[in-house]
Design a protein around this ligand. Structure first.
Ligand code: SF4
Ligand code: SF4
Length: 197
């Protein structure tokens, strides 16, 4: 049988562990409790224990995991972990690292979730609240889903408009600068969000 040697990329491992939410990764003793309690691992190729192992080995491929964008943040993994690793927070840390790589053009992912998240935040930075009509237009354009996506929302959009649940025009909240200050403070070296750096 051919031997396989695995090298630990210490620099990348340290990078992950230094992220907010991923500080407890080294506590993991690979028991798989997170995996057996994860509702999505039954349906898609997603194994939280393996993801932690990849982080501990510093495997950059971990940022390509499709499940990073499918996780529902249900917190089952967080609640059941005997070592308090807080895996759901590790996912948020990995998403941030993956988003950096995507923006730098070094990583491509199949999911449109990173694009959606960015549009969502831009709307909040701009108006201090969500502006759904603008969000869906921006997302349709940036994701490349275009007109097809807009059409698929037509029926729902009209129903929501009639019930007054969505607005045709955006409205800024009062004291919008306070929201933008949050973006300035936490956008930091992650780069610009919605033009408020
Ligand atoms: S439940 Fe906790 S200790 Fe067990 S494999 Fe998952 S993260 Fe590691
Ligand atoms: S938070 Fe995500 S990874 Fe954790 S159990 Fe829920 S879906 Fe699975």
């Amino acid at each position: 049988m051919k031997e396989m040697t695995l090298y630990v990329d210490h620099a990348f491992r340290e990078k992950i562990v230094s992220e907010l939410g991923a500080e407890r990764l080294l506590r993991c003793f690979q028991c798989s409790t997170c995996t057996v309690n994860c509702p999505i691992s039954e349906f898609v190729d997603w194994n939280p224990r393996l993801v932690v192992e990849k982080c501990l080995l510093g495997l950059r491929d971990v940022l390509k995991e499709e499940g990073l964008w499918l996780c529902t943040s249900c917190q089952n993994c967080y609640e059941h972990c005997p070592q308090d690793v807080r895996f759901s927070e590790v996912i948020l840390a990995l998403r941030r690292l993956a988003t950096e790589e995507i923006k730098a053009g070094r990583l491509k992912v199949g999911s449109t979730k990173p694009v959606f998240d960015e549009c969502f935040l831009e709307m909040i930075a701009k108006y201090g609240r969500q502006y759904e009509a603008g969000l869906i237009r921006m997302f349709a354009k940036r994701s490349g889903l275009g007109f097809k996506l807009l059409l698929s929302f037509k029926g729902l959009g009209i129903r929501l408009l009639k019930k007054g649940k969505v607005a045709l025009r955006p409205k800024k909240i009062k004291h919008i600068e306070e929201i933008r200050d949050i973006f300035r403070k936490f956008g930091g070296d992650r780069g610009e969000i919605g033009g408020y750096k």
